[in-house]
Design a binder for this molecule. Structure first.
Ligand code: SF4
Length: 471
């Protein structure tokens, strides 16, 4: 009987000396994991049985097979990588270093998964994938940045909904991601003492329904594709009922953090298919930083999204130590455009607290991006280099001979298309660093006091609530 069960040995088999095997029967997936002394079964990442010897597991495999054969239950169980939130579980990092990093994870939340960990080359101390998700000691520097560097607190109109540009609204509807990027510009959302992402999207939907100039809604967070499919279905349905909302976008790094969570999730793909129509598509704003994230699984995920009718585009900041190389970024532009994923934005990373190890000057970022564009086709070159500043989205047209040539691509105050030339000191890394920038914007007022301003909170977040079970 057992031999009829299809067995997959996953790529992340060697993590923490634990091996994983996925059993598939029809649409059912069971995962068993084992090391030298233990053997246990999981359903949907929850351990359900633990055994101390292999013989006992044979009995269980047989039992499970019989259950499935009798078609008991209607569970669709996906074989997904497990999440790790305790840095001490990552034994590839020397113990002494882990102790130092634990202090950082008290301040900035940590989360990664086995699939993504397996992309790291642990033999390379400068590995870009490692730098992306493993904390670094620079994060504790109190000299650099603000928690909310582009004053998003002033964009909220009701809790969970930002309205900064005339035609665009943001629904901040998730505070969880497939892993946490160390450079994240919204890391404030993951603080225990901050509640900006709302599970109740009703006030936001209500505001959008009464604001006819909004034709474009971005679901963001956190990662909205982490939400249950039926929840996304509810949000999409409500937005599709509003005639004035034409574009729905979903910002997500799940296609590379955990692509299986998309391409194995038929319910989610069905929801996207239902709402991505020939007249009005769903856009997935993917977040691929480095070509090494484009694995076979990631390509499967893009294919599944394309087949569901979604348009997939990509945006990424240009980050020191991750993708600050024209060859790497050029390869990224090539591979994305070959796969039908439109390169959309390169960003200057916002000066957010804890992010100083990722900073490039404006001149460096501009030269890297131009070097990358020189290596790719016209399809790859569609990308724009921008800064999402409090004043608006500033496109960097050129940095040359000590001058920055900028244009308001989006503007809070309606200055769309305004062309700006300012002196650009060698070390300038943000719009605020350009002398004379203040002539082009004013610090905005908050529109609602219902949303907490993280910049006014103490630097060290409240301690986290104890978790019931660490991954
Ligand atoms: S996926 Fe996006 S929201 Fe989540 S940690 Fe990374 S940058 Fe931040």
């Amino acid at each position: 009987m057992i031999c009829k069960i299809k067995i997959y040995l996953y790529k992340f088999i060697s993590y923490d000396n634990v091996y994983s095997i996925v059993f598939e029967y029809s649409n059912f997936f069971f995962m068993c994991r084992f090391n030298k002394i233990m053997f246990y079964f999981e359903l949907n990442n929850e351990i359900i049985f633990i055994f101390s010897n292999v013989l006992a597991t044979k009995v269980i495999i047989t039992f499970v097979y019989i259950l499935l054969n009798k078609k008991m239950g209607e569970y669709k169980i996906m074989s997904l990588p497990r999440y790790i939130t305790d840095i001490n579980r990552i034994t590839q990092i020397p113990e002494e270093e882990r102790e130092k990093l634990s202090k950082i994870t008290d301040k900035f939340v940590f989360r990664v998964n086995e699939y993504y960990l397996n992309l790291i080359n642990w033999d390379d101390p400068e590995d870009p994938i490692k730098k992306l998700v493993i904390p670094n000691t620079h994060e504790l520097s109190e000299e650099y940045g603000r928690w909310d560097a582009s004053d998003e607190d002033t964009n909220y109109v009701v809790p969970g909904c930002q309205h900064k540009y005339k035609t665009t609204a943001l629904l901040i509807c998730s505070e969880v991601c497939g892993a946490y990027c160390r450079y994240c510009f919204r890391k404030r959302l993951f603080r225990n003492d901050v509640k900006e992402a709302m599970s109740d999207v009703e006030p936001g939907l209500d505001y959008i329904s009464k604001t006819p100039e909004i034709n474009n809604v971005l679901l963001t967070g956190g990662d909205p594709l982490i939400l249950a499919a039926r929840r996304l279905d509810m949000i999409f349905t409500r937005l599709r009922e509003m005639d004035h909302v034409k574009i729905i976008r979903v910002g997500s790094k799940l296609p590379v953090f955990n692509p299986m969570a998309i391409y194995k999730n038929q319910e989610l793909l069905d929801v996207i298919k239902k709402h991505s129509t020939p007249e009005k598509r769903i856009y997935i704003m993917a977040h691929v930083n480095h070509p090494r994230e484009l694995t076979e699984e990631a390509y499967k995920c893009f294919e599944a999204l394309h087949n569901a009718g979604a348009i997939v585009v990509n945006q990424t900041p240009v980050l020191k130590g991750i993708n600050d190389d024209p060859v790497v970024l050029g390869e990224l532009l090539d591979k994305l455009s070959w796969a039908g994923v439109t390169p959309y934005y390169f960003f200057i990373n916002r000066p957010v607290r804890g992010n100083d190890d990722f900073v490039l000057t404006l001149e460096e970022a501009y030269n890297i991006v131009e070097g990358a564009k020189a290596r790719t086709s016209g399809l790859g070159k569609r990308v724009r280099l921008s800064m999402s500043h409090t004043a608006g989205k500033l496109e960097i047209l050129a940095i040359e001979n000590g001058k920055a040539y900028l244009k308001f691509h989006q503007s809070r105050d309606g200055d769309y298309g305004k062309f700006i030339v300012l002196d650009c000191p060698k070390d300038a890394a943000w719009f605020d660093d350009l002398p004379g920038n203040k002539a082009y914007w004013e610090q905005p007022e908050k529109k609602t006091d219902d949303v907490v301003s993280v910049n006014e909170m103490k630097d060290m977040p409240e301690p986290r609530r104890p978790r019931r079970r660490q991954a």
